[in-house]
Design a binder for this molecule. Structure first.
Ligand code: SF4
Length: 381
């Protein structure tokens, strides 16, 4: 006898964004879910997504839609989507994508996690609905291992960002990072995730670096998806590392996860967003959606921290980032810090991106030399 809709085994999928799949899969698997993952974002995903998307919609939507179609073709029947409100279009994406996919004839259920509604309770409820899990203890176990993996990934990623511009043999740190990421993915418990970090840190220690190298330091800020997905940002961090630049990415997955999952009253320190709202105040007095306030706040904070420059990345046509892009030249002028905005879309070419990065790195270097010369003249050095 064929199974009824309610008896059908759920096969879950969710959109790809950088390493997000590692902690999210760990959490879902701990709750007993069966998962099918779409391939990591690539040209094919984008071309499938773009074919069925309104032309002017932003890049993350096109990739998400491409992910859904690839996952549904692989047999997924349940799709998870994370949604946030505000002035950004993300609030409508789940609905638009669901309608489009139904119109294309796919049979599935979309479960939307509204990250700003009810927070923790809402998330547990949605996880249970998606996985069919009825035990709160199992749900908490899943969230715990997921959070541990978010933290583990960020630890080995931060070290990679430090080592890349300083390593003597180019590419060694990247290889170690990839092995470490695999170990974290394979970890079955919080302890194993922490062992994977320790092991990777020991491997990193074997890499020979030039500690005296004059490395430029930049803040990388901007729209969340572009910052975290290496296909969309064309591996900008790696390219900067090769150019001798240490990247301090301002949005890390673990902070986003704890900001989203851990209730405010349980958090011990100021979040990135809270800091940005304060530092951006001179230029922006209200939150306008997306990561606009973060982009402006990070640039001001970078100047306070005497960082060499700020690279702001965003998808072409992203409304909140169009606003920050208009404000950032003022921040650059008044706070005396070089800032560049790079907009990404399906037509952005890697060669053009590298040329712009090289020019910006030259500018930062000259700026730094000039500042050192000025200090020397004034007798401070
Ligand atoms: S922040 Fe920008 S790119 Fe991201 S979903 Fe909103 S409008 Fe699209």
């Amino acid at each position: 006898m064929p199974k009824s809709e309610s008896e059908k085994e759920r096969i879950i999928s969710f959109p790809q964004m950088g390493s997000l799949y590692i902690p999210v899969c760990a959490a879902l698997e701990a709750m007993g879910a069966k998962i099918t993952l779409p391939p990591p974002n690539n040209k094919k995903t984008l071309s499938i997504g773009a074919r069925y998307s309104p032309e002017s919609i932003c890049l993350p939507y096109k990739l998400n839609l491409g992910n859904y179609i690839q996952a549904l073709e692989q047999g997924a029947n349940t799709i998870i989507m994370f949604q946030a409100p505000g002035t950004c279009r993300l609030g409508n994406y789940a609905k638009i994508a669901e309608l489009k996919l139904k119109e294309l004839g796919y049979d599935f259920e979309m479960i939307v996690f509204d990250l700003y509604k009810g927070k923790f309770k809402e998330i547990i409820k949605k996880f249970n609905r998606a996985t069919g899990n009825k035990s709160v203890a199992k749900a908490l176990k899943g969230i715990k291992i997921g959070l541990a993996k978010f933290n583990a990934l960020d630890k080995i990623e931060r070290e990679l960002l430090y080592l890349r511009p300083r390593e003597i043999i180019s590419g060694e740190a990247q290889k170690t990072y990839i092995k470490g990421r695999m170990l974290i993915q394979q970890a079955k418990t919080v302890e194993e995730a922490s062992q994977a970090v320790n092991q990777t840190m020991l491997e990193y220690k074997k890499i020979i670096i030039d500690k005296s190298k004059d490395v430029l330091k930049i803040f990388l800020t901007g729209e969340f998806f572009v910052l975290l997905d290496t296909f969309v940002n064309m591996d900008i961090e790696k390219e900067l590392g090769i150019l001798g630049v240490e990247v301090d990415r301002q949005i890390m997955l673990s902070e986003w996860a704890s900001q989203t999952l851990i209730p405010k009253w349980l958090r011990k320190k100021e979040t990135h967003k809270e800091r940005c709202v304060k530092t951006a105040k001179k230029y922006l007095t209200r939150i306008v959606g997306g990561e606009c306030v973060e982009s402006v706040g990070d640039a001001v904070y970078a100047a306070e921290k005497k960082v060499d420059g700020v690279i702001h990345v965003a998808p072409f046509n992203c409304i909140p980032e169009i606003i920050s892009q208009c404000i950032l030249p003022q921040v650059s002028k008044k706070e005396h810090i070089p800032v560049i905005s790079l907009l990404m879309d399906e037509h952005t070419g890697k060669a053009g991106l590298i040329t712009r990065l090289e020019a910006f790195v030259d500018l930062m270097r000259r700026n730094k030399q000039q500042q050192t010369a000025n200090l020397a003249l004034s007798g401070s050095v």
